[in-house]
Design a protein around this ligand. Structure first.
Ligand code: UT7
Length: 323
């Protein structure tokens, strides 16, 4: 018998305010056509004034618990993947724990920027298969609108806010690829590339700072590294792109998503794409896409799902899940 971390529920939350590309034409030298053709983004949601990452995370968590038919009292641990926690500390996860009325278990954040959700899944999986916990809420939540430089057209048009959540639960499998649950994980980081995507503020400056990105450089790394990590994660369990039912990629750029799918030999009708509606929501993008993909009837129980993401650090990785 092999313990697996099986997905019991998913949910998401998007802030009410939807901002179409055209709105940026009034503030920076850009066009709807440029944003669509270079990134695939058509609109994004922005949090309301005062709306925080932990509030959005708690809403997504409640939706995931509802789908699982569970209550907060059933959860042993809460992990929030985020780079935009409400405060420097405490963690957004402890705020979610409180918002859900949990007086048991433990909660912490994982910070691997846009790759945060795959790092959080890896963490949750390790805690479950080792027997430390039975049920974990894994959440990706971000308010990147708080760290954008609204005068920098090369970045401010690309990002959005939102949250997605998964409930993972320990279940016994027989140790084969037919088991439901997380089947394989592959993670990487390389701090030498920290200057191509970062926020120029924090404890060392006493400011929150703004996101800075050399888009073309990040693009180049993404196209090279995402297919590689997905290939490695699949290879660890003797599978390849041909076995994949759905790629659920980090939603940064439609051109990166297409190039990665092509390298993996997976046609675009087996890729969940939400970038047009959400923009880049960093660590929230994969759980958002998993939740939307299920709601659309794309992702179904028993299918093989591959998630892959890259972001600041650089940090990147892939997780293979039998849904
Ligand atoms: O989530 C973390 C990972 N992040 C990513 O994966 C993002 C990766 N990078 C990208 O998605 C793309 O590089 C971008 C969408 C950011 C940019 O697309 P690109 O095709 O790489 O464009 P570029 O940066 O090479 O810029 C092309 C031109 C430049 O003008 P010149 O130098 O050719 O005259 C930019 O100044 O487009 C200009 N430009 C814009 N023009 C209109 C940059 N931003 C804009 C804009 N509107 N918003």
């Amino acid at each position: 018998m092999t313990t697996r971390a099986v997905v019991r529920g998913v949910g998401h939350y998007l802030p009410e305010r939807v901002v179409p590309n055209a709105e940026f034409e009034q503030s920076v030298d850009t066009s709807d056509e440029w944003i669509r053709s270079r990134s695939g983004i058509e609109r994004r949601h922005f949090a309301a004034e005062g709306e925080t990452t932990s509030q959005m995370a708690a809403k997504a968590a409640r939706a995931a618990l509802d789908m699982a038919g569970l209550t907060p009292a059933d959860i042993d641990a809460v992990i929030v993947a985020t780079s935009t926690a409400d405060l420097t500390f405490p963690s957004a996860a402890t705020m979610v724990q409180d918002a859900l009325g949990m007086d048991q278990g433990f909660a912490f954040d994982v910070q691997a920027v846009c790759a945060g959700f795959v790092f959080a899944l890896s963490n949750a999986n390790a805690m479950i298969v080792s027997g430390q916990v039975r049920r974990v809420l894994v959440i990706g939540a971000e308010t990147f609108s708080r760290i954008l430089d609204w005068t920098d057209r090369a970045t401010c048009v690309l990002f959005g806010d939102g949250a997605g959540a998964l409930v993972l639960e320990a279940a016994e499998g027989d140790g084969t690829n037919a088991d439901r649950g997380i089947l394989s994980v592959d993670l990487h980081s390389d701090g030498r590339h920290r200057d191509i995507l970062y926020v120029d503020g924090g404890v060392s400056t006493g400011t929150t700072g703004h996101l800075r990105m050399e888009g073309r450089e990040v693009f180049r790394h993404a196209v090279e590294k995402l297919a590689e990590t997905a290939h490695t994660a699949l290879g660890k369990i003797g599978l390849s792109g041909a076995d994949v039912d759905w790629i659920v990629p980090h939603q940064a750029n439609l051109r990166i998503i297409k190039a990665t799918a092509q390298k993996m030999g997976v046609p675009m009708d087996r890729v969940v794409v939400t970038v047009q509606d959400h923009g880049n929501t960093s660590a929230a993008s994969i759980p958002l896409a998993l939740s939307v993909g299920m709601a659309r009837g794309q992702i179904r129980e028993g299918q093989l799902v591959v998630t892959e993401a890259i972001g600041g650090g650089l940090a990147w990785g892939s997780v293979v899940i039998r849904w």
